[in-house]
Design a protein around this ligand. Structure first.
Ligand code: ATP
Length: 324
């Protein structure tokens, strides 16, 4: 028999569509197993400040389809200090919470790992971030929805790009990771993706665009990850190199975070929420639950937060082959 009677759940870091579906799944799975659930508001900040209340099954009714997070989220500097984490532990004891599920990205798991090393509290992580930059899981909750949002936006931009015969630089989110830019480029038939993981010189990019324009195309789309040099900067440099291009820039911004989660993200979040509770009740600790080849897996935090989740190299080539 597990010694866990009450599970705390929080969302932390950047919000991602599908976080609510994960909160719902954790809450319902815990109650199904006869455990109490306490919702911790505003991530680690709310934990330190004791913004906590018990959830019943109906508290998570009708949220599976909602973007954002009903638990709110926050970044919390105090949790990076030993004093902040001590306060967090005291609050957990006061609230009789004896295990935690944290839903967030690599920063959230880094915090959870430090906390679990210092205090005797089992923690299980669920990957929720639109960036998909968490190792050990094929996808993170929110990534598929954000990818579809970008694809829909680029579809619209393409209409105006081709009508005016323009070259568009579209900036997608991803400060350190190019998953959104690379895969949205593939999904929307863009001419190129510029990502932080791979150097593309302005001359190379100019060549790619020129090839398309010279042959069959009268417009082009380049998707640039935030961390790939910035759409405006690249557009300026290309325009300088070849002033004949009618260049425009579109920075998609925060709309990429919003919206109702896709079926894929709802299913992923539901599976991982149940898996996180199962893992805790099975005496697992300090792991992330993820999905690999459609199987739920347990990944130690240390492996999940390694910062080298690779992009698939063949995708650059596919974009190039298909954009002739
Ligand atoms: P996203 O990838 O969507 O931004 P994230 O989980 O990586 O999500 P962060 O803001 O990096 O978001 O981290 C969330 C919170 O985790 C931080 O505000 C902080 O409270 C905590 N945290 C991050 N790094 C550490 C650390 N080294 N030690 C303790 N806590 C940390």
């Amino acid at each position: 028999m597990s010694k866990i009677n009450c599970i705390g759940v929080l969302t932390s870091g950047g919000d991602a569509p599908g976080m609510n579906a994960a909160v719902r799944a954790v809450t319902r799975a815990a109650i199904y197993n006869g455990k109490k659930v306490k919702a911790i508001y505003r991530g680690y900040k709310g934990l330190i400040e004791d913004e906590i209340r018990e959830f019943q099954s109906q508290d998570v009714s009708n949220i599976i389809q909602q973007g954002g997070t009903i638990l709110k989220t926050a970044r919390c500097k105090e949790f990076t200090t030993p004093e902040g984490r001590q306060r967090a532990y005291e609050v957990l004891q006061k609230e009789s919470i004896d295990a935690l599920v944290v839903i967030g990205g690599d920063g959230t798991f880094t915090g959870a790992r430090v906390f679990a090393q210092e205090y005797d509290i089992p923690v299980v992580g669920i990957p929720g971030t639109i960036d998909n930059d968490v190792c050990g899981t094929d996808s993170t909750i929110g990534y598929d929805t954000a990818l579809n949002t970008i694809m829909d936006a680029v579809d619209k931009i393409k209409d105006t790009a081709s009508s005016h015969e323009r070259l568009f630089f579209v900036e997608a989110m991803g400060r350190d990771a190019g998953f959104l830019a690379l895969n949205s480029a593939l999904a929307s038939g863009a001419e190129a993706a510029i990502v932080p993981e791979r150097e593309t010189s302005v001359a190379q990019l100019d060549q790619l665009i020129a090839n398309g324009f010279r042959k069959t195309k009268n417009s082009s789309i380049v998707i640039v990850a935030e961390g790939g040099g910035g759409a405006q900067g690249l557009a300026d440099r290309i325009h300088k190199l070849d002033p004949n291009y009618d260049v425009r820039v579109c920075i998609l911004g925060y709309m990429q975070r919003g919206g109702s989660p896709s079926a894929y993200d709802r299913i992923l979040a539901s599976r991982l929420g149940v898996a996180a509770v199962d893992a805790l009740l099975d005496d697992q600790r300090n792991i992330m639950v993820g999905v690999q080849n459609d199987e739920v897996v347990h990944v130690p935090f240390s492996k999940a937060i390694k910062d080298d989740k690779p992009l698939k190299d063949d995708k650059y080539q596919i974009i190039q082959i298909l954009s002739i």
